[in-house]
Design a protein around this ligand. Structure first.
Ligand SMILES: [Zn+2]
Length: 92
């Protein structure tokens, strides 16, 4: 099975005390426990996609944002570099 998707940190769900790991592979999460004991291959395409605007770009900066998103995207605010500036606890 060949799929192209943006590699992200896997999600973990706990079901009946057992951890299940899911890889966001395109349009649906893929349960990774089905691959236990099997060989899988993941290779990089070299393409860079911004975490904010989802556009393919030439360069990425901190946390995988392009230059415009690094300065404007809410998730890449000042608290990214200076955690003491976070307003998340204020609901802002
Ligand atoms: Zn962007």
């Amino acid at each position: 099975m060949d799929q192209v998707f943006l590699l992200k940190k896997m999600r973990v769900l706990t079901v009946d005390g057992a951890a299940r790991y899911y890889l966001d592979a395109g349009d649906f999460p893929m349960a990774m426990d089905q691959f236990l004991g099997r060989t899988i291959r993941i290779s990089a395409t070299g393409r860079k996609v911004c975490n904010g605007c989802q556009q393919e770009v030439n360069a990425l900066f901190r946390m995988g944002y392009c230059t415009p998103c690094f300065y404007t995207h809410p998730a890449a605010g000042a608290s990214l570099v200076s955690p003491e500036k976070s307003t998340a606890h204020l609901g802002i």
